[in-house]
Design a binder for this molecule. Structure first.
Ligand code: HEM
Length: 450
């Protein structure tokens, strides 16, 4: 059987130096991952002042994510890049500051609460489908998927779009990631993080805009009180740590909701855009997904109850997140000496969790670069080390929104694949990683209604 081999980035034959790395990171972080990271479980090096290790073996990742998790706090550089937008929120905090927030927020995303949000997700799938049907020519899918997932987060966390100008907010996010949200030379030179980077100063206006808009939406909801159906914002307003009884201050709430908006909508939109792109190049896969979805849905849009009857649509999504994990690289600091694959790991080293290479590794996958949703057939998943596939991370800091993301993505993908036939209509996209892995210059497809 001929499988589609989608685009990737040629890796450098050996690790890059400081200036080369900084340039490459600013262009596309994937171009920094060295060729041997796809065939070895660990690669180490020294760049500028610091030693680093890139880990892409399941055993090493299990040690970092789970068995010795206390030793590997999140990287200060990554926190520096996010702190002005999301402060000490769940994602960016450590220790006690993290623990109480996790205890308070985890129940907000419990399966029951997420399932109760499904009707709003179904409505956004209907709207996305109507927007696509209204276009006569090729459709830019990334933009459409960003709009669909933004729609979901506005509905469930911001009481709809009436208090929220999506365009103004989107422009502020983009500006943020081009300024404060970028690695700076000062990060590579180990300059203390309390010294603001030039980009952070340039990004202050964008942060003010985002905060003002989210605070206004929260305040509007507080005044109005909960609607008929409780949504994510209602749950967050009531969230409480069961151990200490501690509740969110308005600033905690602002920072966490702000993080949900940024993290939740773009990651999910990218998983969807890559799924549609991959299927557009493999008619066998697309036809199988379409038949499965149509048999369950008929003319309806998907809802929570349909998803269990469409396992192949879920496999397509999982395979898309294997080839293009929305979060492809994470970074950790090291507190105490440790060993990974018999290599000494020292305090102050930086450890990169290389999810992109883990998912395309020659030691763990048969045809690592080919698109094959059968990689996620139940028997294959059962036989595999759980730490070989980590789009949502693992251990105590695993993505708290994973259920939410999967439900939203499955509802949208199942609805679209049942209603349209997708065919390529633009240049092949290159995967470009900054915080997330995006297809550049986009994904242009012809969507023909069925
Ligand atoms: C396909 C979509 C998504 C992907 C691939 C994804 C990926 C991840 C990953 C890899 C982590 C772990 C980071 C680390 O260990 O350093 C994470 C954490 C997190 N994610 Fe997601 N995420 C997605 C959607 C969402 C959504 C929809 C939300 C909320 C609405 C969300 C909220 C969070 C939060 C709050 C954390 C921090 C959890 C903690 O540290 O306790 N994510 N995500």
């Amino acid at each position: 059987m001929t499988l589609f081999i989608p685009p990737t980035v040629d890796p450098p034959l050996r690790p890059l130096g400081v200036i080369q790395s900084l340039r490459a990171v600013r262009r596309n972080t994937l171009s920094v991952l060295p060729a041997i990271s796809y065939s070895q479980p660990i690669v180490s090096g020294v760049t500028g002042l610091g030693r680093w290790h890139m880990v892409q073996g399941p055993e090493g990742l299990k040690r970092i994510f789970l068995d010795n998790v206390e030793n590997y706090p999140k990287s200060q550089v990554m926190i520096r890049m996010l702190r002005s937008a999301v402060g000490e929120s769940l994602f960016t905090s450590e220790g006690l500051g993290w623990r109480w927030q996790r205890r308070a927020i985890a129940p907000v995303f419990a399966a029951r609460n997420v399932a109760s949000l499904a009707p709003m997700m179904t409505q956004t799938a209907e709207r996305a489908s109507a927007r696509i049907a209204a276009q006569s020519g090729p459709v830019e899918i990334v933009r459409e998927m960003l709009s669909a997932t933004f729609d979901v987060i506005c509905e469930v966390a911001l009481s709809g779009r009436e208090h929220f100008d999506a365009e103004e907010y989107g422009a502020a996010i983009t500006r943020y990631f081009l300024t404060a949200g970028r690695a700076s030379l000062l990060d590579f030179l180990d300059v203390p993080h309390w010294i603001p980077r030039p980009g952070e100063i340039r990004g202050r206006g964008a942060v003010r805009t985002m905060h003002r808009m989210v605070a206004r939406a929260i305040e509007a909801r507080r005044r109005k009180g909960p609607g008929e159906l409780e949504d994510l914002l209602d749950h967050m307003l009531k969230a409480e740590d069961p151990h200490s009884g501690r509740r969110m201050t308005p600033t905690d709430l602002l920072h966490n909701i702000q993080f949900f908006i940024v993290a939740g909508h773009e990651t999910t939109a990218l998983a969807l855009a890559w799924s549609l792109y991959l299927m557009s190049h493999d008619e066998t896969v697309q036809a199988r997904a379409r038949e499965e979805a149509r048999a369950v849905l008929g003319d309806q849009a998907a809802g929570a109850d349909h998803l269990a009857r469409a396992p192949y649509v879920e496999q397509v999504l999982q395979e898309a997140m294997r080839l293009y994990p929305p979060v492809g690289l994470l970074a950790r600091n090291v507190l105490a000496p440790d060993q990974l694959y018999e290599r000494d790991i020292r305090p102050r080293d930086t450890v990169f969790l290389n999810i992109y290479a883990l998912h395309r590794h020659q030691l763990w996958w048969d045809r690592p670069d080919a698109f094959d949703p059968d990689n996620f057939a139940p028997d294959k998943v059962e036989a595999r080390d759980r730490f070989q596939y980590l789009p949502f991370g693992a251990g105590p800091r695993i993505c708290v929104g994973a259920n939410f993301a999967m439900m939203q993505a499955q509802i949208i993908l199942m609805t679209l694949v049942a209603r349209f036939r997708f065919a390529p209509a633009g240049p092949p996209p290159t995967p470009v990683m900054h915080m997330t892995i995006r297809p550049e210059p986009g994904v242009t497809l012809q969507a023909t209604p069925i």
